[in-house]
Ligand binder design. Structure first.
Ligand SMILES: [Zn+2]
Length: 273
């Protein structure tokens, strides 16, 4: 699953490929991908729209078009591919024909990804799905007070709470494992038991890790590979998919917490009760 740094890489890549291109025609092969309007309207509205710029909010790509915003969430396996010919593969679900004769394809093996289209006079940050997002993990406004209010109400394991996009957005599974390791917090510790110092560590390391991962182009592990661009953050991982703790050499534990693989050192990350 691409996380925030990987989506940032995709965004930069897309800007270099299709910025200022005009969409002459769109074909939706799998209508369920289009989330908020019917696919025929989507095909009609997008005709002759220019791609002004591609932005990102948390894990959403935001294509700014002449009259619309197109929001795209890649979920598990979604990716964009630029082709020169229109030979479509089995998993090519939305096809954007560009005036330059290039073809931009949204490909998604699992079909979990979603595409939304909004008129430009709407403040897209104030409507679903973007309005549901909490502050981004590397946002300078992320404060102890903000997280304390959110954590106070939760008796769930902190690992699960860090993945809740309505609290902190853009911190995916790999990065949450890494943040908890550097903060010396056990993933099972209930969110409401964390003190200010621990919350401060979460903020510090979330920012540090995401900024570094963005700089390195993300993390490439199996299906995390995006658009054939290799991220390099996997070389900076401390605990995710590791055998031994880099601090104390104890065996790293792997558990599934709320179905997500959680790697931690039970010696360096003591549970708080
Ligand atoms: Zn350790």
């Amino acid at each position: 699953m691409p996380e925030l740094p990987e989506v940032e890489t995709v965004k930069n890549h897309l800007n270099s490929l299709v910025k200022n291109e005009v969409i002459s025609k769109v074909k939706v092969m799998w209508p369920n991908i289009i989330a908020n309007i019917n696919y025929q309207d989507f095909e009609t509205k997008i005709k002759n729209q220019k791609i002004i710029e591609i932005k990102r909010k948390a894990k959403f790509l935001i294509f700014e078009l002449s009259d619309f915003y197109l929001l795209s969430h890649l979920r598990m396996e979604g990716k964009y591919i630029l082709k020169e010919d229109d030979f479509l593969g089995k998993h090519d679900h939305v096809v954007f024909y560009l005036e330059s004769k290039k073809i931009l394809i949204y490909n998604d093996v699992r079909k979990f990804g979603k595409i939304y289209l909004f008129e430009k006079d709407i403040d897209i940050y104030k409507v679903k799905p973007l309005s549901l997002l909490g502050l981004e993990a590397n946002n300078s406004e992320l404060s102890i007070e903000y997280l304390k209010t959110k954590f106070k109400r939760s008796t769930k394991p902190i690992k699960t709470v860090l993945l809740d996009q309505s609290i902190i957005s853009g911190l995916g599974n790999i990065y949450a494992n890494e943040v908890l390791f550097l903060s010396s917090i056990n993933p099972y510790t209930k969110a409401n038991l964390l003190d200010d110092i621990e919350i401060e560590k979460i903020i510090k390391y979330s920012k540090e890790i995401l900024d570094k991962a963005i700089l390195l182009g993300g993390t490439t592990i199996r299906t995390f590979k995006v658009h054939d661009i290799n991220g390099r953050f996997q070389n900076s991982l401390n605990v995710h998919m590791k055998k031994n703790c880099p601090r104390c050499n104890s065996l790293i534990k792997k558990d599934f917490i709320n179905t997500r693989s959680s790697y931690y050192c039970s010696d360096c990350q003591k549970i708080k009760e």
